[in-house]
Design a binder for this molecule. Structure first.
Ligand SMILES: [Ca+2]
Ligand SMILES: [Ca+2]
Length: 323
């Protein structure tokens, strides 16, 4: 008993030291974990700022065409789902989705300027004054502020060459990878506003209830469940932009890209420019006549012969930075 009385204060002391050490240890590592979490959040915020700010803050104008800066970066190009799952998710035919995968990593190594809007009829008429001046269509597509249509890929590239000759810069069509990178603007969702169809009427002029009331295309060509007010093209910039300040990347008119059409591979690539030859050119973004749920997505691809002209295809342009 005496021995126990002598030892017990020692045991109590050891226990106290152990408990205090435990508290200090937990406090210390808790702070470190919290600090690490804060650092990760800060890094994430900085990364977000780095990828979203330049395009929204830096802009320039040439000959009345507004451009926003698209920063270099990486993204996942294409759809993450198989054609089978895409058809289940969005409807339509499986074959229509087959060229959207495999999804693969793409690095855009250099920033570039991209026109904030689709090129308009008025802008194109500075190059070709007679364009769509005398047409007698049932629907008005030739308004000054509407996007230019009835232009082939050859016409679009000729316009870029004409613009380049009038300046000391290079104007060109975007590559398909640049187009999807700019369209996504840091998002990985099917559309740059998210996964839902509901906000489509806010962001994109597509085949919606307004178009359906006029054209009534047969099912399963689904109209978006919105009423955007436009049967055909809208004046550019009538809808909300994506996070990098670009309007109408989805909808209004589909847009020519510079590339030949080709299938994707799973390999990581830097600055892809498509196949070296081909039959059809890439068209992106869907249009006023395209099914909202099925076609109006950032990953959706179309292919059209370079000489074809259509009332649903126009383009936007890029300006390369100096070497
Ligand atoms: Ca519409
Ligand atoms: Ca468009």
């Amino acid at each position: 008993m005496e021995t126990f009385k002598r030892i017990s204060p020692v045991i109590v002391l050891i226990l106290q030291v152990f408990l205090i050490s435990l508290l200090v240890f937990r406090f210390h590592w808790g702070r470190r974990a919290e600090s690490a979490a804060n650092a990760a959040e800060t890094a994430q915020a900085m990364e977000l700022q780095r990828t979203t700010c330049p395009a929204t803050l830096i802009a320039m104008t040439f000959d009345g065409i507004e451009f926003v800066w698209i920063p270099p970066g990486s993204f996942m190009m294409g759809s993450g789902l198989s054609a089978e799952k895409l058809a289940v998710k969005y409807g339509g035919w499986e074959a229509a989705y087959e060229d959207e995968y495999p999804q693969h990593s793409v690095r855009i190594s250099r920033g570039f300027w991209m026109s904030k809007y689709e090129v308009t009829n008025a802008q194109y008429r500075k190059y070709k004054s007679s364009h769509l001046k005398e047409v007698d269509w049932q629907y008005i597509l030739n308004g000054d502020s509407q996007p230019v249509v009835e232009v082939s890929w050859n016409d679009a590239t000729a316009y870029c060459e004409w613009l380049s000759q009038r300046s000391n810069a290079i104007y060109r069509l975007p590559t398909e990878a640049e187009w999807e990178y700019a369209c996504r603007a840091g998002t990985s969702t099917p559309r740059y506003w998210g996964d839902d169809d509901a906000p489509m009427g806010l962001y994109a002029n597509v085949y919606d209830r307004t178009g359906e009331a006029e054209f009534n295309f047969p099912r399963p060509y689904a109209a978006a469940e919105t009423t955007d007010g436009y049967k055909v093209t809208a004046p550019v910039g009538s809808f909300e932009p994506n996070a990098w300040g670009l309007h109408d990347m989805i909808g209004n008119v589909s847009e020519w890209c510079g590339d030949w059409y080709g299938e994707y591979s799973a390999a990581w690539v830097t600055d892809p420019g498509g196949p070296v030859s081909g039959i059809e050119r890439i068209v992106r973004g869907a249009s006023w006549i395209d099914s909202g749920p099925t076609q109006c997505r950032s990953a959706k691809r179309e292919r059209v012969e370079a000489s074809d002209v259509m009332p649903l295809i126009g383009f936007r342009i890029c300006r390369s930075v100096d070497e």
